[in-house]
Design a protein around this ligand. Structure first.
Ligand SMILES: [Ca+2]
Length: 372
């Protein structure tokens, strides 16, 4: 049986008079001429390559009579190959040059590429689902892709129905937060799906993307007034903890910072930092981030106590905070045209900011203050 040497990759032995390969007294391969030979055995097929300078007659151990024999992806008429019951070999003539053979034991009737299409369902997006993933199935493997044309944002990717399927993003960024995998999809991102298709049959797949939160704008508020508020609760930027990725640098030389310090060099793509806010009582609070940024925009995914809130679009502030005080801005996330509200509990609350695209952002402090 082929499974006796399943998945074995066999190298040919070139002899003076042709090529012969045996294993424990059993003939595995024979050619009348000198050739190079390799074969891989699976339950469904024997895949072999033969390369020689001259046309030759060959015998390949199959273990059982195959249903079909393919030469260079074309089915061979039954008259052009034979099966020998005694040696359990398939025998045929090959032309000179490189030949690719498949001895198929299953129903696969064609090795030609077949177009495949996998629709995508999206949760949490306001726009219509993008085009399906499109590609082809060839040699028992389906591959399909899609250049992302949907809403940019962070998504959780899921493929149901085929445990061996892989869905990957090129040109995007993956965040790994506590084992939860999130991918940023935007212009230039490419979704790529690969799934085994035994016997040329694609499994029934359900590709689902879940979009996390929306993109929230940030509104500047009066920074000195906010810093002076009696009920402001502070987490200094420099009091961060690293969740994933590399630590940013701490500076005491930037100007106009609260408590004399801030973080900079916060550009680790896919990284995440967290801070603790000590709330005096359960309640609804607003958050403000005092930042300086010379990039046009810097994205950060906000999580409060483990719940994803929104992808924050920090604007450029005109500098990194080494110049005029105006380079530091106090920015409050907005929701429905108002300051967003966050439920905090009395005691420690965890604020996380993940950095999906690696844009730099200097952070002086995070401020919570009771909701209006
Ligand atoms: Ca500070």
């Amino acid at each position: 049986m082929p499974s006796l040497i399943a998945s074995a990759l066999l190298a040919g032995v070139v002899c003076a008079a042709g090529t012969k390969l045996s294993h424990e007294g059993r003939l595995l391969f024979e050619a009348h001429e000198n050739v190079s030979y390799g074969a891989a055995y699976t339950e469904r097929a024997v895949r072999a390559t033969v390369n020689g300078d001259k046309p030759t007659h060959i015998a390949i151990f199959a273990g059982q009579r195959p249903r079909r024999v393919f030469l260079n992806a074309e089915p061979l008429p039954d008259t052009q190959w034979s099966y020998d019951d005694q040696t359990k070999t398939v025998q045929l003539n090959l032309p000179a040059g490189a030949s690719s053979l498949q001895l198929r034991f299953d129903d696969l009737a064609s090795l030609k590429p077949v177009p495949v299409e996998f629709p995508i369902a999206i949760d949490g997006a306001t726009a219509a689902a993008p085009q399906p993933l499109r590609g082809r199935c060839v040699d028992e493997m389906a591959t399909a892709q899609l250049e992302w044309n949907g809403e940019p944002g962070l998504y959780r990717l899921d493929v149901a129905g085929a445990p061996e399927a892989t869905l990957q993003v090129s040109g995007g960024t993956r965040l790994d937060l506590d084992g939860r995998r999130l991918d940023y999809l935007g212009s230039g991102s490419n979704l790529q799906l690969t799934v085994p298709a035994p016997g040329g049959v694609c499994p029934k797949l359900h590709v689902r993307l879940e979009r996390l939160g929306g993109t929230a704008a940030l509104k500047p508020v009066d920074r000195p007034a906010l810093l002076a508020r009696a009920n402001a609760i502070f987490a200094e930027g420099e009091a961060f903890r690293v969740v994933t990725g590399e630590a940013p640098s701490i500076s005491t030389s930037h100007l106009n910072t609260h408590q004399g310090g801030c973080i900079y060099n916060w550009g680790f793509r896919g990284g995440c930092l967290e801070w603790t806010i000590q709330a005096p009582a359960d309640g609804s609070y607003h958050l403000a981030f005092v930042t300086a940024c010379a990039e046009p925009i810097a994205l950060r995914l906000l999580e409060v106590n483990g719940t994803s809130q929104a992808l924050l679009e920090f604007p450029g502030t005109g500098g990194w905070g080494r110049g005029p005080a105006s380079q530091w801005q106090a920015l409050v996330p907005q929701a429905n045209g108002q300051h967003a509200r966050y439920s905090l509990r009395k005691g420690p609350n965890v604020i996380r900011l993940a950095n999906p695209l690696g844009q730099h952002l200097n952070l002086d402090c995070i401020i919570a203050f009771p909701a209006d």
